[in-house]
Ligand binder design. Structure first.
Ligand code: KMH
Ligand code: ZN
Length: 309
């Protein structure tokens, strides 16, 4: 039987800004439509951030999330995964508010504090639609994306133990896998763990195939059979690293949160276009795409009846 591969689509995020692509979903309607179309194309999991509908600025307001979560849930059965990373200029309480309110099946959980530099994007654009865009990018020269041990433990207890969420463990470097292994040893996280190997964020490990192989080797040694992995290549390496990740036995993440293009020099016209492309690659490799319910079973999620939206 062919192995089933979970496609996650992260539809908007907080890295890219409206000037960079007119296809970046901003309003609740745009975020809902992008998510529903990505699910129809084959994404089992939708990773969600919100934006202020008037300005496109990354938002942690639960009300903004609640404007699209029920609409997506009504229209498709995808697993809805709410970011707890938010954006590096948000406080921890702000970052957690949407998941505390919505009690989703999954949340992201970032496995270490780090630099998270998106300022190199400043050089690529001249005329910004909004003043906040270059300011936010510039701020990432100074800010630290804070995910202390205390923060991690608080999220595990608050969203995991108390609200039944399971996690997309975001690992941007080798040491983050060691941190996850520490919590596995302590019994604070429970298998099956879902580890997202993230390559290509400035401040984390680079988007090189050798780095992905090293992360997988490290996770095999430290986590054994307690984990499944998925691969997120930020920027133009997105599809090549997804293909390598799937070949190595993993799952894949695509979406405009992490990459705006569909091929070199061409903007993706939608999130669904990236999902279609990665699906085509997977099927050409002889792999099958997992349905949302197959993802729920593999990751032992609480089910869509257990959410609060
Ligand atoms: N955009 C990714 C590189 C989160 O939302 O918690 C990181 C991310 C983090 O998705
Ligand atoms: Zn995210």
């Amino acid at each position: 039987m062919a192995r089933k591969v979970i496609i996650t689509c992260a539809v908007t995020g907080s890295i890219h800004t409206p000037t960079m692509s007119r296809h970046l979903p901003i309003t609740p309607t745009e975020i809902a439509t992008a998510s529903i179309d990505a699910a129809a194309a084959g994404a089992a999991i939708i990773h969600l951030h919100a934006r202020d509908p008037a300005t496109g600025f990354p938002s942690a307001d639960p009300a903004h999330f609640m404007e699209f979560l029920p609409a997506i849930r009504d229209a498709c059965d995808a697993v809805l995964n709410i970011s707890t990373g938010g954006s590096s200029v948000m406080s921890l309480d702000q970052r957690l508010a949407p998941a505390r309110t919505a009690e989703p099946e999954m949340c992201s959980l970032n496995m270490g504090s780090m630099n998270f530099g998106i300022f190199p994007l400043l050089d690529r654009y001249e005329d910004w639609q909004h003043d906040w865009e270059p300011k936010l990018l510039e701020a990432t020269k100074r800010t630290i994306f804070r995910n202390s041990f205390e923060d991690i433990e608080m999220i595990l207890a608050d969203l995991g133990d108390n609200r039944g969420a399971r996690f997309e463990f975001e690992c941007y470097d080798m040491g983050h896998i060691d941190t996850l292994a520490y919590y596995l040893g302590k019994g604070l996280v429970n298998p099956p763990l879902y580890v997202q190997f993230i390559l290509g964020v400035l401040g984390g490990i680079g988007a090189a195939p050798e780095n992905l192989q090293a992360m997988k080797a490290s996770a095999d040694r430290l986590l054994g059979d307690a984990y499944h992995f998925s691969v997120l290549g930020a920027g133009s390496m997105q599809m090549r690293l997804a293909q390598l990740g799937a070949t190595l036995g993993g799952h894949v993440r695509v979406g405009l949160e992490d990459n705006l293009t569909i091929e070199r020099g061409a903007l993706a016209s939608s999130n669904a276009q990236q999902v279609h492309k990665v699906r085509r690659i997977l099927e050409e490799l002889g792999l099958e795409v997992a349905s949302a319910d197959e993802a729920r079973e593999l990751l032992e999620l609480k089910g869509s009846d257990g959410v609060a939206f």
